[in-house]
Design a protein around this ligand. Sequence first.
Ligand code: ZN
Length: 176
Amino acid sequence: MRCPYCRHADSRVVDSREVDEGQVIRRRRSCQACGRRFTTVEEATLAVIKRSGVTEPFSRGKVITGVRRACQGRPVDEDQLALLAQRVEDAVRATGCAEIPSHEVGLAILGPLRELDEVAYLRFASVYRSFTSLEDFEAEIEALRRTESPPAPPAPAAPAQRHPSGRSVLALEPAP
Ligand SMILES: [Zn+2]
């Protein structure tokens, strides 16, 4: 890594630490020639391929900007937006592809956004899926109703109730 002060080509790593749960590595380097120190940041590339074919680095900030617009006037705070963007990034990284089409980023947003706020989800989906008619909204709302509770994080399994006799009984079984 070239020294940003004197342009010397050799530097020595004096410290390196992982940030962002290991997705970023920061290295503190010391120039072999002038002795000055500088920092480099290493991050696995995650590129988004836009419809135009142009690629750009994945950005949580862009996810947040897009979602924030859909959340206007809704009870969604910045922390929730940041968490959503983190979930989107995790989902995108989990695909194992270094380059992903932008529409897949949109897809990855839909799930967490629906859990966050259904109105914001509808707004976002209407733009993202180019709704052109009331019927499109109706169909989406219908789909929302059908899956009222989207896949939530697994709840701890309710312990099976034991009947005094020792037999397992269903928790929902009406009491005799
Ligand atoms: Zn130097």
